[in-house]
Design a protein. Structure first.
Length: 182
């Protein structure tokens, strides 16, 4: 695996090192020892899937508060997403800053998100499936959110294709702005 640090400390892009032959390819996507050598946690307690029939679907931005802060490892198994994270660690030099990348079934890239960050994505193709692994169980009482379109975050969400509306839940439309969290 190839680990590329992002501008947000502790968040990494993880690309595969494929072994290819006539059948296709083989590649490791998680290895506890290799993750540990990069200072990352490679053991997860839950895995979830998100199916998004329409392009332009936004989910997020989500996080869990202490003591249920979670590390997430995100990849796409069908289609593609614009994936965004926001640093919410109060003592971080990049507090309030966002990072985004494209994850797709084609690039097989994973985003490793450390504890203390909010996460969200927009599906870029119809029929996009996202696979998450989490270090901490989902706890509804600890679940929180941040407004995906908060101008202070300046996340460059892709425009929806002409004639397609953005799909987003009522919960996600109603999360507070960053200023209200601080
Ligand atoms: C996140 C989650 C939700 N649920 C339930 C709660 C609810 O009834 C239903 C849908 O939940 P949500 O609307 O929160 O689903 P969704 O908006 O897809 O939530 C996800 O968004 C992305 C951005 C993430 O980063 C994920 O970790 C997760 O928070 O599933 C679980 O049972 N386990 C879980 O881990």
């Amino acid at each position: 695996m190839r680990f590329t640090p992002t501008p947000l400390a502790g968040a990494f892009l993880i690309d595969i090192d494929p072994v290819e032959d006539a059948r296709g390819l083989f590649a490791r996507t998680v290895c506890e020892d290799e993750f540990a050598r990069h200072g990352l946690v490679g053991r997860f307690v839950q895995q979830s899937v998100s199916w998004n029939p329409q392009a332009g679907t936004v989910r997020g931005l989500h996080f869990q508060i202490a003591p249920d802060q979670e590390i997430k490892l995100v990849r796409v198994t069908r289609g593609a997403i614009f994936d965004a994270i926001v640093d919410l660690r109060p003592d971080s030099a990049t507090f309030g800053k966002a990072f985004h990348t494209e994850l797709s079934a084609e690039n097989r890239r994973q985003l490793y998100i450390p504890a203390g960050m909010a996460h969200g994505f927009q599906s870029l193709h119809p029929g996009t499936e996202v696979l998450y692994q989490m270090s901490t169980p989902f706890r509804p009482a600890s679940a929180r959110g941040l407004r995906w379109d908060d101008a202070a975050l300046a996340i460059p969400w892709p425009a929806c294709a002409a004639g397609t509306a953005r799909t987003i839940s009522d919960n996600d439309r109603a999360w507070p702005l960053l200023a209200a969290l601080t």
